[in-house]
Design a protein around this ligand. Structure first.
Ligand SMILES: Nc1nc2c(ncn2[C@@H]2O[C@H](COP(=O)(O)OP(=O)(O)OP(=O)(O)O)[C@@H](O)[C@H]2O)c(=O)[nH]1
Ligand SMILES: [Mg+2]
Length: 205
């Protein structure tokens, strides 16, 4: 199975970490943001998509990505957002996260699409459903990505992906199963991202 996505081996640079979701990026380019619960695998997925294992900080400690982390490819930005639903976060920290995410989704004119990550093994949490509402209210184009597919045997993960899509009220075309460990789904996700920013992979029609 190929773990090479269309974003593999493109020049990429870390632009910066910003507390302000309205930060102006120069030059303005389309952005793809990665959102999901703490520890769901956002940073790992970003790294494997671009083929740079050490780029975004991966951690066994949930809540590691606390700022808006911006990476630049030649024609787009990839944005690693803070994880939500961190169990040990204080109530005010949780509210802060939520406001950052809401502000980001509402404010960013250059946001071309959101990759929303959910762990294939777990039912959607209260925080996930809140995120879904924020995403729906923002009207942003969104792809639900089910992570850590390698944790389940093949038949189980296909069944679980269908079940999770149903629980979220999503069509299969709005979902993608991935594993940053095995590379499953990574090439397809890369193509979807390019299509969302108006790249070459966009389909006719
Ligand atoms: N088995 C398996 N483990 C994974 C996968 N992706 C991530 N992990 C592990 O899950 C943990 C969290 O990964 P991160 O990529 O740091 O998760 P995150 O969503 O960026 O976490 P925060 O920045 O805290 O929100 C790490 O221990 C990873 O090694 C995967 O596809 N398969
Ligand atoms: Mg992270």
């Amino acid at each position: 199975m190929s773990r090479r996505s269309a974003l593999h081996d493109l020049p990429i640079e870390f632009v910066g970490s910003y507390p302000d979701p309205a930060v102006r990026l120069d030059p303005p380019l389309p952005e793809i943001a990665f959102v999901g619960r703490s520890n769901v695998g956002k940073s790992s997925l970003l790294n494997v998509l671009v083929g740079r294992p050490g780029l975004a900080r991966v951690s066994g400690t949930p809540g590691k990505t606390a700022l808006v982390n911006v990476f630049r490819l030649p024609a787009l930005y990839l944005i690693d957002l803070p994880g939500y639903g961190f169990a040990r976060a204080s109530r005010s920290a949780r509210a802060g996260y939520r406001e950052l995410l809401r502000g980001y989704l509402e404010a960013r004119e250059t946001l071309a699409g959101v990759v929303w990550l959910l762990d294939i093994r777990h039912p959607p949490s209260k925080d996930d459903f809140e995120m879904q509402e924020l995403l729906a209210a923002s009207g942003r184009s969104m792809l639900a990505v089910f992570t850590k597919a390698d944790k389940l045997a093949r038949a189980a993960r296909l069944a679980r992906a269908a079940e999770l899509a149903r629980e979220l009220g999503l069509d299969a075309s709005q979902t993608q199963l991935v594993s940053s460990l095995s590379g499953e789904g990574i090439a397809d996700l890369g193509d979807s991202i390019l299509a969302a920013v108006g790249g070459e992979e966009e389909e006719e029609g």
